[in-house]
Design a binder for this molecule. Structure first.
Ligand code: PMP
Length: 405
């Protein structure tokens, strides 16, 4: 029996009835040797259907921040579910959660809820257009905001020119390009949407240059352009009051998703009073948007994030993991380049062999029980331990040895 025989068998079944077998971003990580299906998860670990256990440095691509099956969060969900989840009226927890986010997130006055990050980023753009009466959206090259047609690269299958014709893409960290894009469409740019730092897939990640965000803020203010921060991925891993606090600026609209409820399905758009009327005017709803269970999960998650000083703890653990891996790499003559914030490290090979060699090293790590990705930032959670870091470094070392063989 191979290491991932059961995963492979399930994957074959999946391909018969599901286009791509496992679709979207979960499909991108499927290789001939990788695990594809999980059996169970607990804390910072999961076990695949073949019984192999992994230290999980992907955290479900971000949602897991406190640990899988977190007892406090899951008990809050169970209590809410016992009284009701999807009912013909809204649950009080809707109001509790909105109040909580308004208190927690710096500089915002209201919140609306959806399910996925793309719900909040799409709504943010609509609210910006409703508020300004303008058409254009400026985004950053390689910036990801979800899979809606306007967010996809021009020419993507299933989209038409019109879907992206009012989206302008500019390089990251380029205030001159932002100003030029605004000047090219006088009075017609509704918003600039960007993640708080640049975390593209398949490319090294990049932090904002000194003064970048304050310049962006003044350019947007001067031109009446709404400033949207997409904190769907980085939210709560850099600062518990929103990543904009760490970078010293105030957006008009802030999108959250992923880690907001430790894996329970909910996303939020938060905004300032200046955009409240536009948010009221914009039609926005969804059958599942009022699910009360995930709202209870979000409230409990926010409590636990505060109790555990999550963003700082994740940053410290990330720094230790990254330093440990860099040391191990150096001792094997490998230049491991670490970019992005410490709690969401993107790893790359700075030396010979480029991406191919890096990918082989990551594959060897996965085989030995450290679940990492070669082309995407990884994620650290509150549930990770010093022992997880120690063991991951040991695995990384064995993986380098295997590469040399
Ligand atoms: N924005 C960012 C920064 C993201 O990373 C993602 C998801 N990877 C999204 C938006 C879209 O979120 P979702 O997949 O939940 O729609």
């Amino acid at each position: 029996m191979g290491r991932t025989t059961k995963s492979r068998a399930l994957y074959e079944r999946a391909q018969r009835v599901i286009p791509n077998g496992v679709f979207g971003h979960y499909g991108h990580s499927v290789t001939d040797e990788s695990p594809v299906f999980f059996e169970s998860s607990q804390g910072s670990h999961f076990t695949d259907v073949d019984g192999n256990e992994y230290i999980d440095w992907i955290c479900a691509y971000g949602p897991m921040i406190l640990g899988y099956n977190h007892p406090v969060v899951d008990a809050a969900v169970a209590r809410q579910m016992a009284s009701g989840n999807t009912v013909s009226l809204a649950a009080p927890v809707l109001v509790d959660l909105a109040e909580r986010l308004v208190d927690r997130v710096e500089g915002v006055d209201w919140a609306l809820f959806g399910k996925n990050g793309a719900d909040s980023t799409s709504l943010a753009v609509m609210v910006a257009r409703a508020a300004t009466g303008r058409r254009y959206t400026i985004k950053v090259d390689g910036g990801y905001h979800g899979s809606a047609p306007w967010m996809q690269a021009p020419g993507s299958p299933g989209t038409v020119d019109g879907d992206q014709s009012q989206v302008i893409s500019i390089p990251w960290n380029d205030v001159a390009a932002l100003q030029a894009a605004i000047d090219a469409h006088p009075g017609d740019v509704a918003c600039f949407i960007s993640s708080p730092y640049h975390h593209p897939a398949f490319a090294e990640n990049a932090l904002p240059a000194d003064g970048y965000w304050s310049q962006v803020e003044s350019i947007c203010r001067a031109a009446g352009v709404a400033l949207i921060v997409d904190d769907v991925r980085a939210g709560f891993r850099i600062h518990l009051s929103g990543s904009h606090v760490a970078y010293g600026f105030q957006p008009d609209l802030v999108c959250f998703g992923k880690a907001l409820a430790n894996g329970h399905p909910i996303a939020a758009l938060t905004g300032t009073d200046a955009f409240r009327q536009a948010a009221m005017d914009t039609f926005y709803t969804g059958t599942q948007f009022f699910n009360a269970g995930p709202m209870a999960a979000a409230l409990a998650t926010l409590d636990e994030l505060e109790k555990t000083d999550a963003a700082n703890r994740i940053t410290t653990l990330g720094e230790r993991l990254n330093a440990g891996l860099k040391d191990v790499a150096a001792s094997r003559g490998y230049d491991l380049v670490v970019t992005g914030v410490p709690g969401m490290p993107y790893y790359a090979n700075g030396g010979d062999g480029g991406f191919k060699r890096h990918h082989r090293w990551i594959t060897e790590c996965v085989k030995r029980g450290a679940y990492l990705l070669s082309y995407h930032n990884n994620f650290v959670s509150v549930a990770h331990t010093e022992e997880d870091i120690r063991r991951t470094c040991e695995i990384a070392d064995e993986a380098f040895a295997a590469l040399a063989d």
